[in-house]
Design a binder for this molecule. Structure first.
Ligand code: TYM
Length: 326
């Protein structure tokens, strides 16, 4: 059976971008493949984290996976650091990755730009990501467009290992939706930047934002000149982004939305957009609350780690053996 793996960092409040670009697709994949979804806490540690916040957010991400439709009886949900093989395989892969490859990573360049003290782990971050994916003999990896380069590196490492040591890894394929179906949801305050967890709060909609906050953020979202609602990434980047959000939340096509709101101005469009976003997030927020009873998420995550561990360990042993580890 086909295997699917993906991960989400507990590095901030999850956004509509995380949901529309990735997590929504996790729920679809669970019925077509054997799925592993991980809260990648070790990745979050590559930048400074408050320990209490990290602990809370790690559980929050797992709860949101389930609230967004991932069934823990069907897919395996676990915390990355609970399966020791992720860190162990990373070391072996670091020995097989070139500095030049990591120096080319645009996310590292962006995240380290202008910072004085950047951790060595932020630089080697993509190799931990490769380990996550390769440990589960993953065929497909649902992610947003921002992870494309990391997936390419993962494939290069897998191919290199297989060429050098014989068949060790499955070479994974990315599953990235095109931009007009959520691969890159943009900031509400600057449509040239992606919507991000760590950015200023008005630029993104958090999955747990209350309805009045969502309505306010959408009302104040930047728009383009003119008053026509039409999909045009070049001339109308802000409106195009809002149309994609509308389309994914409502199920209506971009053409239908353009036909409905075309010349009636931005005000009515934004008001209805707030309604469809609220309708999408309200049931997710209700399920999230139900999972907040003490002990519930902890036992789901313990069962997930117990399922992931032997699979990961087998893959790790395969490479250890090939590399001459006694
Ligand atoms: P992270 O935690 O930043 O984001 C989680 C997922 O959400 C997608 N995403 C977006 N999609 C569309 N529009 C946006 N504005 C947007 N913002 C985020 C991301 O592409 C991602 O799919 N390095 C990864 C975590 C990771 C991982 C892995 C992913 C670690 N190991 C193994 C896949 C497989 C990251 O930082 O995602």
């Amino acid at each position: 059976m086909k295997r699917v793996f993906s991960g989400v960092q507990p590095s901030g409040e999850l956004t509509l971008g995380n949901y529309l670009g990735a997590i929504r697709n996790f729920a679809t994949f669970q019925h077509q493949a054997e799925c592993f979804f991980s809260v990648v806490d070790l990745h979050a540690l590559t930048v400074p984290q408050d320990p209490g916040n990290l602990r809370r957010r790690t559980h929050d991400v797992a709860k949101l996976f389930i609230a967004c439709g991932i069934d823990p009886d069907v897919a395996t949900i676990f915390i990355q650091s609970h399966v020791g093989a992720h860190a162990e395989l990373t070391w072996l892969l670091l020995c097989l990755t070139y500095m030049g490859e990591l120096q080319r990573m645009t996310q590292f360049k962006e995240k380290s730009q202008g910072k004085e003290n950047v951790s060595a782990a932020l630089f080697t971050y993509p190799v931990l990501m490769a380990a996550d994916i390769l440990l589960y003999d993953t065929h497909e990896v649902p992610v947003g467009e921002d992870q494309k380069q990391h997936l390419e590196l993962t494939r290069d490492i897998a191919i290199r290992v297989n060429n050098r040591f014989g068949e060790v890894f499955v070479v994974p394929e990315p599953y990235i939706p095109p931009k007009n179906t959520g691969g890159r949801i943009m900031s509400l305050t600057d449509p040239t930047k992606k919507m991000a967890k760590s950015a200023d709060a008005n630029s993104s909609i958090a999955l747990l934002d209350p309805p009045d906050v969502i309505a306010k953020k959408i009302k104040s979202a930047v728009t383009d000149s003119g008053r026509e609602v039409r999909y045009d990434e070049v001339e109308k980047p802000a409106i195009s982004n809002l149309m994609v959000i509308y389309s994914l939340c409502s199920g209506d096509s971009l053409d239908d939305i353009a036909a409905r709101y075309g010349t009636s101005g931005y005000g009515k469009f934004k008001k209805d957009l707030a309604d469809v976003v609220i309708q999408t997030l309200t049931p997710i927020q209700a399920r999230y609350e139900e999972l907040s009873e003490p002990g519930v998420i902890e036992s789901i995550l313990a069962a997930g780690a117990a399922k992931a561990e032997p699979i990961a360990q087998r893959t790790l042993s395969r490479l250890q053996d090939k590399m001459g580890i006694v």
